[in-house]
Design a protein around this ligand. Structure first.
Ligand code: FES
Length: 71
């Protein structure tokens, strides 16, 4: 699904940028090639980024728990 109509960025692209370290829509958009224009999509883009960061944090905690079980 398209999130940013100005740049043609899809949800998966924004999520991917977040997985690569972007924590704001501006960072994500710059990683994807273009900064925001009208900025209408930024709240939705931030929600996608927050969701991805939360999922990554969960994976880290889960991974640490698995390592702790092995030690
Ligand atoms: S819709 Fe994303 S900057 Fe305009």
């Amino acid at each position: 699904m398209y999130i940013c109509l100005c740049n043609g960025y899809r949800e998966a692209e924004i999520a991917s940028a977040a997985q690569c370290g972007a924590s704001t829509p501006e960072e994500a958009f710059h990683r994807l090639g273009n900064g925001p224009c009208c900025r209408r999509c930024l709240p939705t883009a931030q929600a996608i980024i927050d969701r991805e960061i939360e999922m990554c944090e969960g994976l880290k905690i889960s991974g640490l728990a698995q390592v702790a079980e092995l030690v």
